[in-house]
Design a protein around this ligand. Structure first.
Ligand code: PLP
Length: 411
C-alpha cells in the first residue's frame, strides 16, 4: 500500500504563504465561538448591507425570480448580452467615459472573482503591482497568490487619505506592471480628486502601467463629493474598471460584479486572451445573478435616497464620525464615500503594539468585532476600521463602548 497506510500530512500550499484576509480572520472565528456560547456579537467586520437590515431592491429580486426558470444553463463566458449592454449604456451616460464594446465587458461572481482572474492572467513570478496602503486586502492577497509582488504606496492621512504621488513614483521599478486604485476607498472612505487621478494617470503613462480601478463604491458619496472614473482621465491607457451590485444595490450575496476594459488593446493582446481564457475555464458567472444587473442599472437608483443628507447611510456616517472623534486619543478623517471609517489611535495616548490583539481583546470584552488596520496592509498598528452600516443608535452605543474600553486598555 503506498504510504504504508499512514495518511500524508496535508499542509496549505506555499502559494498561500503571503495571502491574508483578516476581515474574515481569527477574530471572526472567535466571534462565531462566542455566538455559539449564546453571546450576541456586533459584527462590524464586513461591508455586508443585508446583515444590517438593508433590503434588496424589489425590482431586482423580481427580475431574478422571473429569470430563474430560464437561467439554469451556462451563459456566454463574458456574461449574458442584455446585462453587458446595460453596463455599456451605464458608461455611455457617464461623462467622459471612453466608448465600451459589449465584448469588453465581463460579468463575474462579484468583483472578487474578476480581481482574481485579472491577477492570474497578468502576473508572473517577480512582477510588481502597486497597491494602496491601506487597501481592500483582496488586491494584495491575489497579487501574492498569482506569483506577483505587492508593493504598497502610501495614502496620506494628513491629506484626506489621497494617494501620495511622490511615494508612488519612488516605488516604481522595471518590474512594476500595474497600479491598483480603489476609489472611493475601502477602508478610508476617501474620494480622490481630479488632481490625484490625473497624477496617477500620468505616472501610469510614463511607466506603461496597466491601471486597475476598483470603483465598487462609486455611487456611495457624501457631502457633494464627485466620483471621477479613472478611465475618464486615462482614455489613452488600458484601464480595467471593476464594479458590481454588492454595495450600491445591497445584494452582496448574489455575487454579481463586472469588469469593463477601455483604452488601447493591441499591446496587451496576450494578456487579454489570458483573461478570456480564464473566463472560459470557469464557464460563466452565476446566471440568475447576471439577470439582476439589467434591473439594477435600469431601475430606480434607491441608493440616492440612502446617501442624501436625510438618508440612513448619511446619518450613520455622521454619527460614527462624531462619536469616534469624541474619544480621547482618536482622530479621524471624515469619509466622503463608501461604508467605512478608518480612525487613528494616538500612540502617545494609548500604547498599542499589536493591533490584532487589540481587536481580539475588544471582541472578548465588549462583543464588538472590528478589523485592525494592519489587516488592510497599513504598516503601523495604530488604526482600525469601522463599518458604518448598523443603525445610528447601534453605532453610537458600540463606539461609546469602544471608547470606554480604550480608556483603561493597556498592552
Ligand atoms: N472591492 C472592494 C473595494 C470591496 O470593498 C469589496 C467588498 O467589500 C470588493 C471589491 C468585493 O466585492 P464583491 O462583493 O463584488 O466581490
Amino acid at each position: 500500500q503506498p504510504g504504508g497506510g499512514r495518511l500524508r500530512t496535508l499542509d496549505q500550499s506555499s502559494k498561500l504563504r503571503n495571502v491574508l484576509y483578516e476581515i474574515r480572520g481569527a477574530a471572526l472565528e472567535e466571534a462565531t465561538r462566542l455566538e455559539a456560547d449564546g453571546h450576541t456579537i456586533l459584527k462590524l467586520n464586513t461591508g455586508n448591507p443585508a446583515t444590517f437590515g438593508f433590503e434588496a431592491p424589489y425590482q431586482i429580486v423580481r427580475d431574478v425570480i422571473e429569470a430563474i426558470p430560464y437561467a439554469h444553463g451556462y451563459s456566454d463566458s463574458r456574461g449574458i448580452l442584455p446585462a453587458r449592454r446595460a453596463i455599456v449604456s451605464r458608461y455611455e451616460q457617464t461623462p467622459g467615459f471612453p466608448a465600451v464594446d459589449p465584448d469588453d465587458v465581463y460579468l463575474g461572481n462579484g468583483v472578487s472573482e474578476l480581481i482574481t482572474m485579472t491577477m492570474q492572467a497578468l502576473l508572473d513570478q517577480g512582477d510588481e503591482v502597486l497597491i494602496p496602503a491601506p487597501d481592500y486586502p483582496l488586491w494584495t492577497a491575489m497579487t501574492s497568490l498569482s506569483g506577483g509582488t505587492p508593493v504598497h504606496y502610501l495614502c496620506d492621512e494628513q491629506n484626506g487619505w489621497q494617494p501620495d504621488l511622490e511615494d508612488i513614483r519612488a516605488k516604481i521599478t522595471p518590474q512594476t506592471k500595474a497600479i491598483v486604485v480603489i476609489n472611493p476607498n475601502n477602508p478610508t472612505g476617501a474620494v480622490y480628486t481630479r488632481e490625484t487621478l490625473e497624477g496617477i494617470a500620468q505616472i501610469a503613462r510614463e511607466n506603461s502601467l496597466l491601471v486597475l480601478s476598483d470603483e465598487i463604491y462609486d455611487r456611495i458619496l457624501f457631502d457633494g463629493a464627485v466620483h471621477l472614473p479613472m478611465a475618464t482621465v486615462a482614455p489613452d491607457l488600458l484601464v480595467f474598471t471593476f464594479n458590481g451590485l454588492s454595495k450600491t444595490y445591497r445584494v452582496a450575496g448574489y455575487r454579481s460584479g463586472w469588469l469593463v476594459i477601455t483604452g488601447p488593446k493591441d499591446h496587451a493582446k496576450g494578456f487579454l486572451e489570458g483573461v478570456q481564457l480564464l473566463a472560459s475555464t470557469r464557464l460563466c458567472a452565476n446566471v440568475p445573478a447576471q439577470h439582476a444587473v439589467l434591473a439594477a442599472l435600469t431601475g430606480v437608483q434607491s441608493i440616492d435616497a440612502l446617501i442624501a443628507p436625510d438618508g440612513r447611510l448619511h446619518e450613520q456616517r455622521d454619527v460614527a464620525h462624531d462619536k469616534l472623534v469624541s474619544i480621547p486619543g482618536i482622530t479621524s478623517v471624515k469619509p466622503q464615500g463608501a461604508l467605512y471609517e478608518f480612525p487613528r489611535i494616538d500612540p502617545e495616548v494609548h500604547e498599542i503594539h499589536d493591533d490584532k490583539r487589540f481587536i481580539y481583546d475588544l471582541l472578548v470584552a465588549e462583543h464588538i468585532l472590528l478589523v485592525e488596520g494592519t489587516g488592510f496592509n497599513w504598516p503601523v498598528p495604530d488604526h482600525f476600521r469601522v463599518v458604518t452600516l448598523p443603525e445610528a443608535r447601534v453605532l453610537s452605543e458600540a463606539i461609546e463602548r469602544l471608547g470606554n474600553f480604550l480608556s483603561s486598555y493597556k498592552q
